[in-house]
Design a protein around this ligand. Sequence first.
Ligand SMILES: C[S@@+](CC[C@H](N)C(=O)[O-])C[C@H]1O[C@@H](n2cnc3c(N)ncnc32)[C@H](O)[C@@H]1O
Length: 224
Amino acid sequence: MATVESTKTFEREDPRQQYCLQNSTSLEKCQMDLIENTLKHPLAGMLGSLDVTQFCSNLIRLIDARQILDVGVYTGNSCLAWAVASRPEAKVLAMDVTDQYYAAVGKEIVEKSGYVSKIEFHFQEATKTLDGLIANDRKSSFDFAFIDADKINYRNYYEKCLQLIRSGGIIAIDNALWFNRVLQQEKDASTTAIHELNLHIKSDQRVYCTLLPIGDGLMLVFKK
Ligand SMILES: C[S@@+](CC[C@H](N)C(=O)[O-])C[C@H]1O[C@@H](n2cnc3c(N)ncnc32)[C@H](O)[C@@H]1O
């Protein structure tokens, strides 16, 4: 097993963060290989924070999630992590508007990892994939959802995932602090979308929530 290393600049530069990662469960070699390959990609900043990926893997283990939604594949870091963390018969439905990053960086590693049969990829607009699942009677049939795609659509992803998740299931929303921009007075469109979703979730009577300051902020939503 490879040791957990940091991926984001703010993780690499913070000794406290380093210590936490070094004393958390290690990732499998296929995950570390995928991370290393992704760090060479020009858009490596899109790679999920390691502490978030690691923590969500343990949530998946905790609730024994078997039907998992992954909104935003990029090179495959998050969907591979959910496939590793879940039991062999579990399925991860991974969606992205494009397969270009996955095809160029992650595909070969994921296909050799032994976990690829657990992942079903849908490369099109994520709202279309989620609407298709809702129309196909998959409401309340998923245990865990990870939202990490375009921020402007976060509210749409949240509402659709909430329909698809069962009572007692979890929705994890990444980048909930958006590099602390949610704290600033002036907000661009993505920051406003994230901030308004945080406020909406906080007052949403259908769920309990905790906004954690790990990675770039992780909003955890527990469906009542
Ligand atoms: C931050 S990256 C995902 C990172 C990944 N979850 C990880 O852990 O490394 C965001 C991804 O969302 C995808 N995306 C952007 N707009 C989208 C849309 N409308 N529908 C689906 N995916 C979209 C991008 O192509 C990109 O791959």
